[in-house]
Write a protein of this length. Structure first.
Length: 142
């Protein structure tokens, strides 16, 4: 079940006074935890073998995306390097630091993952629960 909270913005800009929802995450699963989770699904590989394959996958996605390629994993999504751009008055003024901002690794769901998330409007088949608030990662009113 996904938990979410609603908070009122007190920022001193156009968002002030508006209400926003945000997801509350219970924990972050690392590669070790993911390998253990996969192993529990009766996958015929050891946790160590799974971690090795995943480590190679991560390294290869890095190599390919930083070489200017997109990496598509069927029924999961597409990884790519993405930036935002700030306009410059001249081409000479458009440097990597000034014009290419917020350089990030981007993920866009595709295939079955995309249809589960947006295809039928069921919010990924997830049940949602509103919680009162979160203080230092501890959810209250669950």
């Amino acid at each position: 079940m996904l938990k979410y909270t609603i908070t009122k913005s007190d920022a001193n800009n156009g968002t002030k006074g508006k209400w926003y929802g945000r997801i509350v995450y219970d924990e972050t699963i690392d590669m070790d935890g993911l390998a253990e989770h996969m192993r529990q699904h009766n996958i015929p590989y050891t946790k160590g073998q799974l971690k090795g394959v995943m480590a190679d996958l991560v390294r290869c996605i890095y190599e390919l995306t930083t070489a200017g390629k997109k990496v598509k994993l069927p029924d999961l999504g597409i990884f790519r390097i993405k930036t935002n751009s700030k306009g410059a008055q001249t081409a000479k003024e458009c440097t990597i630091d000034d014009c290419l901002r917020n350089k990030n690794l981007s993920f866009r769901p595709s295939g079955a993952m995309r249809s589960r998330m947006w295809g039928d409007g069921n919010s990924f088949g997830v049940k949602w629960k509103q919680v009162e608030y979160v203080v230092r990662g501890v959810v209250s009113n669950n």
